[in-house]
Design a protein around this ligand. Structure first.
Ligand code: F0G
Length: 456
């Protein structure tokens, strides 16, 4: 490479205007949204870092493939493209399309799990946990100790604690564990990767006990890149070879194609188990659609077929991981507490360390997310006490970076806003809940400031 500067490996063909608001307008908008950023109109957000899910920009190749979409109800050519592209990377026998990741989860847990079962994971994402609990099973998080400490710089903080997995299996018995999951990268734990060594060890334990291992594969390409960068023996492999090896240690996966599928909608469920696949397809027909489209249009299948391959391109991954680290390193160097090291798709602010004057029961993560919006029109998301209630081990604010959407100057602006909030952090008030739904409460909760801020 001729120069050291890592640049966006694309040029922009279509642009979408974004809109400024004033601080006074944002104060009114936030109050009207009950201090819940999910309830804001998106057009009142300047830089939207709520999620990297379904918010990416598609490539010219994806848009071209969309025109090739075969909208036949059954047996469409687009399904073959989708299935072949996915099998090329994931290698599993059955590929079942779904409208997004949580539909794959609902079908998997609906078929494989029953009341009283236990499903271990490094850290369950909110929809995964909710779908497991919905069938009366228990979702257990077994991430390594380093993964619970934001300041730890362990290179693979998404790893599962293998000894804890073994003792869980011993304690509850193999019959109550229908499957083990590994989330790559570990979203709720800071977007941290899982090493190939850990995948291999977890797989060995699972195979010894005849328990299937499934990946929550949403960000598999970013995980593969971290393995290539950080794990001995993988330096010369392509991201695709790394991903292929990883999936060989498992028996299936759930996937949201809205992340490393580079699509705006879609997902899939894979398995090597013929009987399970049959039951899953039956359930799919009931709620999602026929197994060659699963609730997606043929054109969506085409966009995903191209997108999963593009997410593994080295130029893209180099830029993707470097641009996330750019945000993290610029704020961390000024003292802002973040989950270290920077993750793949997002930077996570450690809200408990950022706002030590706000107790966890006053939602420091929500308070910080609201302040970022008030200061600069930036939308982020709390991952902490509001999202997970008592299961929350940390209070984080996630700044998720949509794929191929924002340029470096957008990120420079985000850095400036965060540093301004950091300077004035002592004035930020805690929050209190005024309404909550019985599950996944963070999406619809209403809050208000817990007290009037006192300067100093
Ligand atoms: N698993 C993980 C690790 C996820 O991050 C998500 C979604 C899902 C499953 C569910 O997929 O949204 O397609 O139904 N995460 C998004 C986020 C929503 O913002 O992190 P979905």
């Amino acid at each position: 490479m001729p120069a050291k500067t890592i640049i966006e490996p694309f040029r922009i063909k279509s642009v979408e205007p974004i809109r400024w608001t004033t601080r006074v307008q944002r104060e009114q908008l936030l109050e009207a949204a009950y201090y819940n950023l999910f309830l804001l109109p998106a057009e009142d957000v300047l830089i939207d870092l709520l999620t990297d899910s379904g918010t990416g920009a598609m490539s010219t190749h994806q848009w071209a493939a969309i025109m090739e979409g075969d909208e036949s109800y059954a047996g469409s050519r687009s399904f073959d493209h989708f299935k072949n592209s996915i099998q090329d990377i994931f290698g599993y026998r059955h590929v079942i399309p779904t409208h997004q990741g949580r539909a794959a989860e609902r079908i998997l847990f609906g078929v494989a799990c029953k009341k009283g079962d236990v499903v271990p994971n490094n850290t369950h994402f909110d929809t995964t946990r909710a779908n497991i609990e919905f069938v009366g099973a228990e979702a257990v998080d077994l991430v390594i100790e380093e993964g619970k400490h934001p300041a730890s710089t362990h290179p693979f903080k998404g790893n599962m604690d293998v000894a804890a997995l073994e003792s869980l299996i011993e304690r509850v018995g193999r019959e109550r564990i229908p499957l083990v999951m590994l989330t790559v990268t570990n979203n709720s734990g800071g977007g941290q990767p899982v090493s190939m060594e850990n995948v291999r060890q977890v797989s060995t334990v699972c195979r010894r006990h005849s328990i299937p291992l499934y990946f929550d594969a949403c960000r598999f390409a970013e995980n593969a890149w971290f393995i290539k960068l950080r794990e001995k023996g993988y330096e010369l492999k392509t991201p695709k070879e790394v991903a292929q090896e990883m999936f060989r240690y498992g028996d299936g996966c759930t996937m949201s194609a809205k992340k490393d599928g580079m699509a705006n909608i879609g997902g899939f469920l894979c398995t090597n188990n013929d009987l399970l696949a049959q039951q899953e397809k039956d359930l799919l027909i009931l709620t999602e659609g026929y197994p060659t489209y699963g609730g997606l249009a043929g054109r969506d299948l085409e966009a995903i077929a191209v997108g999963v391959q593009e997410s593994l391109e080295e130029d893209y991954l180099r830029y993707r991981i470097a641009s996330t680290a750019y945000l993290g390193n610029h704020i961390a160097s000024q003292g802002v507490p973040i989950v270290q090291p920077p993750g793949g798709h997002a930077i996570y602010l450690d809200a408990r360390a950022f706002l030590p004057h706000i107790p966890p029961d006053q939602f420091p993560g929500v308070a910080l997310a609201c302040e970022l919006y008030l200061e600069g029109g930036i939308r982020s998301v709390e991952i902490g006490a509001l999202m997970f209630a008592n299961a929350a081990k940390m209070d984080l604010v996630r700044l998720a970076i949509p794929r191929r959407v924002y340029t470096q100057s957008h990120i420079d602006y985000v850095v400036e806003v965060i540093l301004e909030v950091w300077k004035n952090r002592g004035n930020i008030p805690g929050m209190k809940l005024t309404y909550e739904a019985p599950f996944l409460r963070h999406f619809t909760a209403h809050l208000e400031p817990a007290r009037v801020a006192v300067a100093g």
